[in-house]
Design a protein around this ligand. Sequence first.
Ligand SMILES: Nc1nc2c(ncn2[C@@H]2O[C@H](COP(=O)(O)OP(=O)(O)OP(=O)(O)O)[C@@H](O)[C@H]2O)c(=O)[nH]1
Ligand SMILES: [Mg+2]
Length: 687
Amino acid sequence: MKEYTTDRLRNIAMVSHSGAGKTMLADALLFTTGAITRIGRVEDGTTVGDFDDEEKRRGISLSTAVIPVEFNDHKINLLDTPGYPDFVGEVISALRVADGVLVVVDSVAGAQVGTEIAWEICDQFHLPRFVLINRMHRDTANFQGALESVQRLTEERLIPVQLPWGEKAGFKGIIDLMDMKAYPVGGGAGVEIPAEMADEAQIARQALIEAAAEGDDTLLEKYLEGGQLTPEEILRGLQEVVQHNLFVPVFLADASDQVGLKQLLSAFTILLPSPAGSPAEKAEGAKGEEELKASDAGPLAAYVWKTTADPFVGKITYFRLQSGTLKSDTRVWNQTRGVEERLANLSVLRGKEQIPVATMHAGDLGAVLKLGETETGDSLCDKGHPLALAKPHYPTALYRVAVSPKTQQDAAKMGQTLSRICGEDLTLSWFNDSSTKQTILQGMGEQHIDAAIRKAESKFQVGLETHQPKVPYQEAITKPASAQYRHKKQTGGAGQFAEVHLRVEPLQDGDFEFENEVVGGAISNNFMPAIEKGVRSVLEKGVIAGYPVKSVRVAVYDGKEHSVDSKPVAFETAGRNAFKEAFRAGGPVLLEPIMNVRIVVPEDNMGDVLGDLNTRRARVQGMDNEKGKSVVNAHVPLAEMLRYTTELRSLTGGRGVFTMEHDHYETVPHNLAQEIIAQKEEEDEEE
Ligand SMILES: Nc1nc2c(ncn2[C@@H]2O[C@H](COP(=O)(O)OP(=O)(O)OP(=O)(O)O)[C@@H](O)[C@H]2O)c(=O)[nH]1
Ligand SMILES: [Mg+2]
């Protein structure tokens, strides 16, 4: 592949609702530029973007693929993101390294849930964007309807740059308002705009010029004084209004008809910024914050936006070279982990194809193989000029499962494999939950977790099973209580004798306190650690339902010992059992984790969502409105939220989103606590 300098690069993320045609479009753009000889089909698993077996199996993209398209002496790095909401992490990672966005909208369905979610994430990155009304060549395509449905998503004004030439069964191609030509389906050369479309095209062209005039004051002045803007002025004006997010140009295309493709590529190079045209990135340097424009002249700085484990070539690290230039075999410093790495086999990726490059210029998206420790989100730089680039915010996990290994061999590799999978995807995480003794894998939804489990099998040959995660309940007491326990074994062999009198009290702050209040030497001090050990051995295992004991103060205030038979082990036993008895007498309760949940839904779903929350023992903390959507803040027990991702989607037709974070613990209602305790007793009997 040719070497491209920064001004000749365009990094464009393609986002949309799942199925709007991004992956197919990428193939059509490669085909129309001669990079591939046939347009692949998602259904046959023959596209460049969906190269992963799991993607082929499901017929959707699961991770972002980089697809460089060479056009007019430019390299356009398309980032083909997954539209399915569970894989939002991949969209965020792609937007982090993009300079522009193409929002693809299905011409029949118009803006859908995924479009809305993608649009909102793009707003967070303030990236200039295009809208593409795609798959125009269908009987039910509705350009105007699709346009209006997108306009409802934003205050930014949409401005058509093309019009459909005929529609539905009569779709003949597109009218391009930039060069005022008509382009027939099949990708032929531009022809004169047919008479029946001339007026409509003229009016739309005028609107486009008016939008361009807002690009800067001199243009606007000239335009308002009735002056004709030159084609260069129109282009310059459009660049301004697009790159400052004043207007969003709207394009049309149909990949299988190859119509509108070259026009789209040309607009990418003319209207969207190169990395050098994008705002400088802030980086943390040794002497504080530094501004890094995408320039070869700047210090070496690269951001790792993605890492994957390929069964054949091993680990692939994807990065955006924000500043400086790179050559293969360069030694770089990983500022995030404080290690040196060697960038062997510097390459660019096109789907799964690795294309070696000798030199990489600032702003480009590259990849290297087999880095040792570098993970997604890391910064690479020169050791002599340390720089850390910003990592975007990723949403907290919404869905969790308990995982267990299928076989002994799998058990040995499970931890490492989970770390590798989670190292690739920053919306996935795992941990061992000491309170439920389960290994938890959490992510954005069922599909997300399922894809991760399959990846463990297919890429790392580790079989994992998933189970419903247990809720990490806790046990606590509600009132002071005391108990005495005598441990006596004085029949045959070494005798054991210990008697412990202790009191338990609820503790306001902290999890556990142990006090020795024995006076008069009823128990020698050297047995105190054994008593405490006995009590602590219960804290993990629990008393009433097998959950960790929290917030309890234990005071040993009396006891008895035997000059011969008293030993630490005897006092450990006595301490353990005295504590259990006192705990049971202290009005023990179960505490459950309460989540702080924020739900954003369209107003018309609000009633159902509130009704549903009532069935989940939720306490609404507040309601609000945001961009025409209703927002509910509520405290909800985690036990009621384990499947909420899927349930909210079905309740709101996929239009509801939520975030949740742990907030505090609260007493489980008595009847529910009884059920949990009974279930635990059943489990113990089965063991
Ligand atoms: N006939 C026709 N079918 C298309 C076209 N574009 C997409 N499709 C079909 O629409 C379906 C979805 O297309 P994809 O390219 O996978 O859509 P996507 O936006 O990548 O979807 P996600 O990867 O889930 O985000 C596939 O079955 C495609 O074959 C097109 O231009 N013409
Ligand atoms: Mg796709």
